[in-house]
Design a protein around this ligand. Structure first.
Ligand code: 13P
Length: 340
């Protein structure tokens, strides 16, 4: 087994998932504003230190995705964040895309940028300790969209990114997110998901990317947030698996999900339902940001000096619930043990 395969396997090892803590400065601003904390560099550092130094997190978490600023930061005691993770046996990852920008001539659609200079940035991130990377593409469902142009442009960019990662010895997480925003039905989400996934795997093959050393970060197939008819847990599990089986080659190292605006428990329930289904060709795990961090950030923000321990307990609890969900062993009754 080569290094990329070994890292990819470790990322989705049984009972573990990934925490996304790679919010850009802009996204962080929104999240901090919502809980009334000034988004200063020191507050971002202190909050991220709370996350990655949580005792026993490594029992449930294989990797944490960091942002450019975060991968360079240190604990209040002067230890590099990456060193803290390494000691715990948690893999450091890095978000490398430069964000989703308006797609020219296609109103309401986006294309993710960040390929320019990526080879050099990856080389630096590798020296900083990154073992895997993330690139997020955004697909919007609406009247007449997603267009083929949007799907093609994003799939191609993801494949170019993935190839550069593998050249640098870094495992690519390829993330085509079909947004939950809107009134669309679960059927429309299924169609858009299949379209982007199919094209993504064609482009990955075209660029020579080894799927054994690649992780897919997928959105679940689900009705839009404002849809008149909301999908059930069973429907989400069934349709998501159907879309994946139709498009994802069996040799892919693993699939992790984003939470995309789902409720915290809802995201756990959906993951559990999928893993309780028949044997699947790939491990299915989590790579949530909001569905894990929501209670953590709220508790921390109430008193950043005094609440570190409580916030960490919430983080470890949600990670444990999602770990159980990767094995189909979660039940909503377990929420009674919540420490928050
Ligand atoms: P959410 O789980 O909040 O959707 O974030 C996951 C992520 O990393 C998006 O790129």
């Amino acid at each position: 087994m080569n290094t990329l395969e070994r890292i990819a396997k470790e990322m989705v090892v049984s009972g573990k998932g990934i925490i996304a803590a790679d919010e850009s400065a802009g996204t962080c601003q929104k999240r901090f504003e919502a809980v009334g904390v000034p988004c200063t560099e020191e507050n971002r550092r202190a909050y991220r230190e709370t996350l990655l130094s949580a005792p026993n997190l490594e029992q449930f978490v294989s990797g944490i995705i960091l942002y450019d600023e975060t991968i360079r930061q240190e604990t209040s005691e002067g230890e590099a964040f990456t060193a803290v993770l390494e000691k715990k046996g948690i893999l450091p990852g890095i978000k490398v895309d430069a964000g989703a920008k308006e797609l020219a001539l296609h109103a309401g659609e986006k294309v993710t940028e960040g390929l320019d200079g990526l080879r050099e940035r990856l080389a630096e991130y590798r020296t900083l300790g990154a073992k895997f990377a993330k690139w997020r593409a955004v697909i919007t469902i609406g009247k007449g969209i997603p267009s083929n142009a949007c799907i093609d442009a994003n799939a191609h960019a993801m494949a170019r990114y993935a190839a550069l990662c593998q050249e640098a010895g870094i495992v690519p997480i390829v993330e085509p997110e079909v947004l939950i925003d809107g009134e669309h039905s679960i059927e429309q989400c299924y169609e858009a998901s299949v379209a982007i996934l199919k094209r993504t795997f064609e482009e990955l093959a075209g660029q020579g990317v080894a799927l054994e050393g690649t992780i897919l970060k997928a959105s679940m197939v689900i009705s839009g947030k404002k849809a008149a008819q909301q999908s059930t847990i069973e429907e989400v599990a069934r349709e998501t698996i159907r879309a994946l089986k139709e498009t994802v080659p069996a040799k892919l190292a693993g699939v992790v999900f984003l939470s995309g605006g789902q409720g915290d428990e809802q995201a756990t329930e959906h993951l559990n339902a999928m893993n309780a289904m028949d044997k699947l060709p790939w491990p299915l795990s989590f790579s949530y940001a909001r569905a894990i961090q929501n209670p953590v950030l709220k508790i921390w923000a109430e008193n950043p000096n005094a609440n570190v321990g409580k916030a960490q307990a919430a983080l470890v609890f949600r990670s444990r619930m999602n770990s159980l969900a990767t094995q189909g062993k979660y039940s909503s009754e377990m929420e009674r043990e919540r420490p928050y």
